[in-house]
Ligand binder design. Structure first.
Ligand code: SF4
Length: 334
C-alpha cells in the first residue's frame, strides 16, 4: 500500500527526498532565504541541532512538536549540514550525523508498521527481511565496529547474509547516519560561509569550551556510575563484553586519555592481549578515519551496562553529559 507522510511526519525524517522537496518549495535562493526572517528562524533551529549534537543531547520526545513548523524544521536540518561544512571540523560532522540518525531512529521506533516500512524502504532496507545480499550488507556495515558484523561471524549462504530482527533497526540507524554524513563537508560557496560566520564562530567557541570541559584534567570522581562500575569490573579481573570495552575505550578517549593510558587500563583484564588491545583502541580512537563517540544512556541500557544510576543520571541522557556536569560541579566546589 502506498502511503504519503504528512508535513509534520516529514520533519522526523528530513533526509527523505519528500522532505527536501517540501523545504525547497519555500527557498528560492539560499542567500535570500538566509536574509529573511524565516531564514533566521531556521538558522536558530539549525544552531540548536548542532549544539544538541555537540552536547550529546538525546531528548527527542518533544522535538517534532516544538519545532518552527515543518518547512523551516527541515530547512534547519539542511542548514546544520551547511554550517558544519563551513566549520569543517570532523568531530562536529560525525556528531551531527550520529545525532540526526539517533533522532530519526527514535521516531521510527514508535511509528505504525506501514510508516516504518515506508521509511525503511526509502533507505533501501526491507524492515521485515531476515537476510540481505552480501554486497548490500558489506556496504551497510562498513563502519560498524562490533565484531558480530564481520562477515566471518555471520551466517552467509548463497550470497545472502542472515540478519536478526533487532539488527535491522541498527542497520537502518547506520544507513541514516551515512546519508546525513554523505558528502560532508559540502563545498559551500565562500559568500554563504561568510553569512554564517557569526553562527559558525559561536559553535566553534562552544566546541572549544566543551573540549576544555571534557579534556583538561581527568577527574575520576566525576565518572558516571556505569563507567566506574565497568572499570571496577575490569580491575577485579572480570571479562567484559565487547560493548563494555567499547564504552570504556570511547569514553576515556573522548575525555582526553591517550592510547597508552587506555591500554594500561586494559592491561588489568584477565585476557589482556597487548597487540589486539592497541589495535582496538587505535581503531575506536579514530585511526581508521571515524572517531567513535561513547554510547548514549539508551544504548548503555539496551546492553545492560547502565549500572548504579544515581540522582545526576536523572538530568542527563549521555554518560559524557554526566561527566561534564559532575566535573563542572566539582570545579565550583574547589
Ligand atoms: S543513566 Fe547514563 S550515565 Fe547514568 S549510569 Fe546509566 S548509562 Fe551511565
Amino acid at each position: 500500500m502506498d502511503i504519503v507522510l504528512d508535513r509534520k511526519e516529514l520533519t522526523k525524517y528530513p533526509f527523505l527526498k519528500e522532505s527536501q522537496q517540501l523545504a525547497s518549495q519555500h527557498v528560492e535562493s539560499l542567500e535570500a532565504f538566509l536574509a529573511s526572517s524565516a531564514g533566521n528562524v531556521a538558522l536558530e533551529r539549525a544552531k540548536e541541532r548542532i549544539i544538541a549534537a555537540l552536547r550529546f543531547r538525546r531528548d527527542f520526545q518533544d522535538d517534532a512538536a516544538r519545532g518552527p513548523g515543518p518547512e523551516l524544521e527541515i530547512a534547519s536540518y539542511a542548514l546544520a549540514r551547511i554550517i558544519v561544512s563551513c566549520i569543517g571540523d570532523r568531530t562536529l560532522i560525525d556528531r551531527l550525523a550520529r545525532y540526526e540518525s539517533d533522532r530519526s531512529s527514535f521516531f521510527l521506533a514508535s511509528e505504525e508498521p506501514e510508516v516504518r516500512r515506508f521509511v525503511a524502504l526509502r533507505l533501501q532496507i526491507d524492515p521485515d527481511a531476515r537476510s540481505m545480499p552480501v554486497t548490500d550488507y558489506v556496504e551497510l556495515v562498513a563502519r560498524l565496529r562490533d565484531n558480530r558484523w564481520r562477515l566471518v561471524n555471520r551466517d552467509v549462504n548463497r550470497g545472502v547474509v542472515g540478519v536478526e530482527p533487532g539488527e535491522i533497526d541498527e542497520l537502518i540507524r547506520e544507513r541514516i547516519r551515512t546519508i546525513v554524513a554523505d558528502n560532508l563537508p559540502l563545498r559551500v560557496p565562500g559568500g554563504i560561509c561568510e553569512t554564517l560566520a557569526a553562527v559558525a564562530s559561536e559553535i566553534t567557541a562552544l566546541r572549544q569550551q566543551q573540549a576544555l570541559e571534557e579534556f583538561g584534567e581527568i577527574r575520576e570522581e566525576a565518572f558516571p556510575p556505569c563507567i566506574a562500575s565497568l572499570l571496577q569490573a575490569l580491575t577485579a579481573g572480570t571479562n567484559l563484553t565487547h560493548m563494555g570495552r567499547f564504552a570504556i575505550t570511547s569514553f576515556l578517549h573522548t575525555i582526553g586519555m591517550n592510547i597508552a593510558q587506555i591500554t594500561e587500563i586494559f592491561a588489568q583484564a584477565p585476557d589482556f592481549d597487548p597487540d589486539m588491545t592497541i589495535y582496538q583502541v587505535e581503531h575506536i580512537s579514530g585511526r581508521g578515519g571515524t572517531e567513535y563517540t561513547p554510547p548514549s544512556c539508551i544504548t548503555m541500557r539496551t546492553f545492560g551496562l547502565c549500572a548504579n544510576r544515581d540522582k545526576e543520571c536523572e538530568r542527563i541522557s549521555h554518560p559524557l553529559s554526566y561527566y561534564r556536569l559532575k566535573k563542572s560541579g566539582a570545579k565550583k566546589q574547589v
